[in-house]
Design a protein around this ligand. Structure first.
Ligand code: PLP
Length: 400
């Protein structure tokens, strides 16, 4: 009954869409302008240029579509592959699973490496499989950089090294939906051919824009790829963009938001943005440790700085916990997805978030757990996070 009062007052702790800073809400609140007017290029050109900085690509280009991240996946696949093409992909969470499903529905020949959820992309197993593929039937390797369902970040550079060591020419496709603009991502250095994200995570905007980094090689592949595409055609979009336009109506409000978001991110500095995410995530992890709960991510090198997936103790239902936190305190946390449903909840800590905001989320889920009889001591997680944030506060002040 109190929810309308809470609405918009409390931050969300879901791993995207993320909290939208007022500055970006204002930037998106603009009157319609004409996307066919000569000045549209003044908005579009710098946007695409700045996006390349965030992807860390000097040689690739960035293509955007009115869509969510899933549309970006579809664009990446259909523009560069043909039905029957073999792709190699590991399943270690709900999003890698959904990418596999999409490839299958596009009639690709999908070879799946099954991994326990909580693990990351298995660079060594990719390497072994690629080395055995001597006639180079595998056209693409697909990696989910940050598996949002399990809170696991994968080492994309290691996958690239494994591909190179196998001397294999497959292209590398990376889902960076919940990592780009929050955690380090290096499109050129890691030899990523297609990098897919959306507007509603690290960019802190409304949902509605798919953003895809495309290497020269991937753009070249569009010439021979025969998967059907129309709305998501890279060459239609790239061609129109090159002339300063869009092949159809662009999501103008999001584009104005993105202009401001890129300014915020680049003014803060990407390294500082990543450091801020890491620090906030560490505080959340300190709290989880203090509660005596465990993360789904199997080892510290896999800990994601944008989302933590936390197992609830035996005999408790994580869905009741997230519902209770929402109903009672008006705060959203991520539910457990797929096989994690009921077993784990997720704390999203990406985008527009401060240590003080993170403390409110930690305090809230702590209250909710206490309400439901979890064996935790009220204040224990908050105190652990407070200690960490106090001890590291100078770092933020310096960055700010
Ligand atoms: N990939 C990952 C890692 C995600 O976290 C998500 C969404 O949460 C998606 C893909 C799908 O993106 P969207 O919901 O924007 O279509």
């Amino acid at each position: 009954a109190n929810l309308p009062v809470f609405s918009g007052q409390n931050p969300v702790f879901i791993p995207g869409p993320t909290n939208i800073p007022d500055r970006l809400r204002y930037a998106m609140s603009i009157q319609t302008t004409d996307h066919r007017a000569p000045d549209f290029v003044e908005l579009l050109g710098p946007l695409l240029g700045d996006l390349r900085k965030v992807f860390k690509t000097a040689t690739g280009e960035v293509i955007t579509f009115p869509a969510s991240g899933t549309g970006g996946w579809e664009a990446a696949i259909t523009n560069t592959l043909s039905p029957g093409d073999k792709v190699l992909v590991a399943r270690y969470g709900m999003f890698s699973h959904r990418w596999i499903d999409m490839c299958q529905r596009h009639n690709l020949d999908v070879e799946v490496i099954e991994c326990e959820w909580g693990c990351g992309a298995p660079a060594d197993r990719f390497g072994e499989r690629l080395a055995a593929d001597t006639d180079h039937a595998i056209k693409a390797v697909l990696v989910t950089h940050n598996e949002t369902a399990t809170g696991v970040v994968s080492d994309v550079g290691a996958v690239r090294r494994a591909m190179d060591a196998a001397g294999h020419p497959a292209m590398l496709y990376v889902d960076c939906v919940s990592s780009l603009a929050s955690m380090d991502f290096r499109m050129d250095e890691w030899g990523v051919d297609l990098a897919v994200t959306g507007s509603q995570k690290g960019f802190m905007l409304a949902t509605g824009m798919a953003i895809v980094g495309v290497s020269r090689r991937a753009m070249e592949a569009t010439r021979t790829a025969t998967c059907p595409r129309c709305f998501f055609d890279f060459r239609d979009m790239g061609g129109a963009n090159a002339k300063g336009g869009f092949p159809y109506t662009p999501p103008l409000q999001i584009m104005y938001g993105l202009r401001e978001s890129l300014k915020m991110l680049l003014d803060e500095g990407l390294d500082e943005v990543f450091a801020r995410h890491h620090r906030i995530a560490e505080g959340v992890r300190e709290a989880i440790r203090a509660w005596g709960l465990s993360l789904c991510a199997k080892s510290p090198d896999l800990y994601s700085d944008t989302v933590s997936c936390v197992y609830v103790p035996e005999g408790f239902d994580s869905n009741l916990l997230t519902n209770h936190a929402f109903d009672t305190y008006g705060v959203s946390f991520g539910v457990g997805l797929g096989p994690m449903s009921g077993k784990a909840f997720r704390i999203g800590h990406l985008g527009s978030l401060t240590d003080v905001m993170a403390l409110s989320g930690i305090a809230t889920i702590e209250m909710a757990m206490k309400d439901l009889g979890y064996p935790i001591r009220l204040g224990s997680g908050v105190a652990a996070a407070q200690e960490y944030y106090r001890a590291t506060a100078g770092a933020t002040r310096k960055a700010a």
